[in-house]
Design a protein around this ligand. Structure first.
Ligand code: HEM
Length: 416
């Protein structure tokens, strides 16, 4: 175990490849790293060298450390130190990068303040009837359709997508296209050209949408954000498009997987499913456990070091990329006893599924409410819900950002 705490003892052989085997079962690798090499050297699928932080205490401290920065310009300089071949490099549209999650204070403070009031628990509570109406409509449609569906397509994706599009004022028509761009952008396979193209298409679409809101303001959040950009000191033109991008992508990509991963966890544990059916009041607590047990964000928390730091006793020089493995931290047995067990009664508070510190998820109250409504609706409407394939036939998206299934085929009712 000792060798893992010492940077000097590390050899090239210990570099962890974040490859297909990792996507298929990140938890096995995480368990090994937490025990043997908790601050490990790793390499992303495109070949970027990174440091992986896998223990709960180290992860939480790293997320709260101002020497681990997020700003896009600093990150670009770090990437220059580790040049990748052109075909592996994603060229991000400039207009998409200047958002709060790629900023440090004071820019971060200014950008977050502009929208934070809309995402307080109180503001979000007012959205419950609308979210319930959307969930009911989707459930009605499923009940009237074939007995087997892909739950991601039929429910887990359209629910958060409709909610965030309603909130922002994004028209219905483009939602499917947007999902494809977003999936491509967040994938971590070798296809950098596809990611670059998806980013460019999204930037073009969002720039046009912002122009439309400027010309014809409506009673929606995007119009309010565009109005704030009339004062360039508050919000520049690029920051406006980037804000729309972040809210739209963060607003649906993650919640899809809260629902998908949570449903899968329940369907694999009929005893837990029965407990929840017997006591629907347990749903909010169960949602916290779903977030801890198989959270939507794998390693999405990229940071870069602005100076030499030490994490968990391991020295990391300035100008390096650090990935904080949230899903690993939340399985740390030193923090959560029987961490590998789905326990709907446990107190999962303190989990890092929403991050921690300055960038703690702005949309957490919304995601929790969507999760609660989703599980209540599915449990009430589909008493015979079951997996339609064997668990080993399911596949996971190749993304170091998102932890989510490619499809979740379920049987909605007993046809026998
Ligand atoms: C940030 C997770 C839903 C908006 C984050 C971060 C995590 C996260 C881990 C921090 C990333 C980091 O520190 O690098 C999740 C999960 C969700 C979810 C697991 C669903 C279950 C949402 C929703 C929205 C949203 C519905 C709505 C718009 C944001 C924003 C940030 C953020 C704007 C950036 C905050 C900042 O930089 O200050 N989220 N998120 N998220 N999330 Fe979420």
């Amino acid at each position: 175990m000792e060798h893992g705490r010492s940077g000097a003892a590390r050899t090239a052989g210990t570099v962890v490849e974040l490859d297909a085997a990792f996507f298929a079962d990140p938890y096995a690798l995480y368990a090994r790293l937490r025990a043997e090499d908790p601050v490990a050297r790793g390499r992303t699928p495109v070949g970027l060298p990174v440091w992986l932080v896998t223990r709960y205490d180290d992860a939480r401290a790293a997320l709260n450390d101002p020497r681990l920065a997020k700003d896009a310009a600093g990150f670009a300089r770090v990437l220059e130190r580790h040049p990748l071949p052109a075909e592996r490099r994603t060229v991000f549209a400039q207009e998409l990068s200047r958002h709060m999650l790629s900023s440090d204070p004071p820019d971060h403070t200014r950008l977050r303040k502009l929208v934070s009031r809309a995402f307080t628990m109180r503001a979000i509570a007012g959205m419950r009837p609308r979210i319930e109406a959307i969930a009911t409509e989707l459930a009605d449609r499923m009940a009237a359709g074939p007995p087997e569906v892909d739950l991601l397509d039929a429910f887990a994706f359209p629910l958060p997508m409709s909610v965030i599009c309603d909130l922002l004022g994004v028209p219905d028509a483009e939602r499917g296209t947007f999902r494809r761009w977003s999936n491509t952008l967040l994938s971590s396979d070798g296809d950098a050209a596809a990611r670059t193209a998806a980013g460019a298409a999204m930037a073009q679409y969002l720039t046009a949408l912002v122009a439309e809101k400027r010309a014809r303001p409506a009673d929606d959040m995007l119009s309010a954000i565009v109005a704030a950009s009339a004062d360039a000191d508050q919000l520049s033109a690029d920051e406006t498009v980037a804000m729309a991008f972040l809210l739209l992508v963060a607003g649906h990509e993650t919640t899809v997987n809260l629902i998908g991963n949570g449903v899968l966890a329940l369907l694999r544990r009929p005893d837990r499913l029965a407990e929840l059916r017997a006591d629907p009041e347990l749903v909010p607590r169960a949602v916290e456990e779903f977030l801890r047990f198989d959270g939507p964000v794998n390693l999405a928390t990229f940071r870069h070091t602005t100076e030499d730091v030490e994490i968990g006793g391991v020295p990391i020089p300035a100008g390096e990329v650090v990935l904080v493995a949230l899903a690993s931290a939340d399985h740390d047995p030193d923090h959560y006893p029987s961490a590998e067990d789905l326990d709907l009664h446990r107190d999962a508070s303190g989990h890092l599924a929403f991050g921690f510190g300055l960038h703690h998820c702005l949309g957490a109250p919304l995601a929790r409410l969507e999760g609660e409504v989703a599980f209540r609706t599915l449990l009430a409407r589909f008493p015979d819900l079951a997996l339609a394939v064997e668990p080993d036939q399911l596949s996971w998206r190749a993304s170091i950002l998102m932890r989510g299934l490619t499809r979740l085929p379920v049987r909605l009712r007993d046809t026998a």
